[in-house]
Design a protein around this ligand. Sequence first.
Ligand SMILES: Cc1cc2nc3c(=O)[nH]c(=O)nc-3n(C[C@H](O)[C@H](O)[C@H](O)COP(=O)(O)O)c2cc1C
Ligand code: SF4
Length: 425
Amino acid sequence: MAELVLTKNFGVPDFHKIEGYIRCGGYEGLKKTLEEFTPDQVIEEVKKSNLRGLGGAGFSTGMKWSFVPKDSPKPKYLVINADEGEPGTFKDRYLLEKAPHMLIEGAVIAAYAVGIHTAYVYIRGEYVKPAKILQNAIEEAYAHGFLGKNILGKGFDLDLIIHRGAGAYICGEETGLLESLEGKKGWPRLKPPFPAIVGLFKCPTVVNNVETLSQLPHIMKNGAAWFANICQGAPKCGGTRIFSVSGHVNRPGIYELPLTVTLREIIYDHAGGIPGGKKLKAVIPGGSSAPVLTADEIDVKMDFDSLMAAKTMGGSGGVIVMDEDTCMVKALYVLAKFYAHESCGQCTPCREGTGWIAKILHRLVHGEGRPGDPDTLKSVADNIAGNTICPFGDGAAWPVQSFVKKFRSEFEYHAKERKCDILKT
Ligand SMILES: Cc1cc2nc3c(=O)[nH]c(=O)nc-3n(C[C@H](O)[C@H](O)[C@H](O)COP(=O)(O)O)c2cc1C
Ligand code: SF4
């Protein structure tokens, strides 16, 4: 049985309350941090743990923090990304509902390491219940001296404020999020400069995902070596992550596993395999933006580097499983409509390209395909990838490129026969 870090106490009924959290050893990591570590030592410890961002990009957390200038006269900010908009991803919701104090504790540790005194949680608008639970937890943390002035009597101050989003996927992209937090339209910014240098209100800012920050109390309590060791076999990764598993599996849900687990193990050992004993056809391993894998590519390990070597990505850890009866043209059409709707419209290739991809897939799915459609889809996607302000464009193009390449015959059939060979419609 794999070691559980984040979800170990999810079954404790009052774990979301401060009494339950403290009873299970909560806030000990923070206590140890403030008593035994200087801020620079915390950054070094987190670097050594090999913790990588679990919001999508998989960038080293300690490294990201070290980019924040130490001598800036401006205030610095921590922004917690709780927007969780990537289709197929629902693990942050569980963390917010079941373990809000773990996130708060992690946020105080991160803020202490970087010298931050104000933090915001940007939480997706649809997460009404998680926002309420988190607000209660924040109030409890203030009342018990874990937030506010002179935390635990150690002279460190931090305020934590919740900001609710309004349902735009692009506000999960860190610079779109910062614009939205400043009260503007959530249009992503050109990078560089990166938020570590010019972020919220033009000040140095750390943006971290809920799950990333929730790992910190455990790293500080048990040590970087312990965390890195959980992931033996993936030298540049550490710890566990929570995979959200959906689609054609017997037991959809969240599974916390070391990053060295294989995709096959997630689908068959943990999520119970495919219903009705059907064959697996395809899997998206890291949220809807990740290139799709075929059934014979699932022996890949789920760490960031192994998935990259397999020409896909770990992304947000959303595993979407498709069985043999899935029409890949229709499945891609579902994704394409999402990207066409959510594009912020700032860059031409993304704004126009996502619209055209959705239109072409609409006609393929509705028996009106044209012989050149598979090539046109590829060409439009090729012209989006790498040519946009933010990575949304890549995330919209990669599914198209990979679906058309790996399941080309299905797209050809729809284009030439004007019907579906899988659904027989
Ligand atoms: C279109 C788009 C949507 C994103 N949505 C989210 C999101 O909902 N939550 C999240 O944590 N990161 C999201 N990201 C990634 C963030 O931009 C950023 O990399 C992340 O919050 C950094 O935190 P981490 O280093 O802890 O992963 C998104 C990125 C893109 C391009
Ligand atoms: S890539 Fe798309 S979502 Fe990102 S800035 Fe350009 S138009 Fe907006």
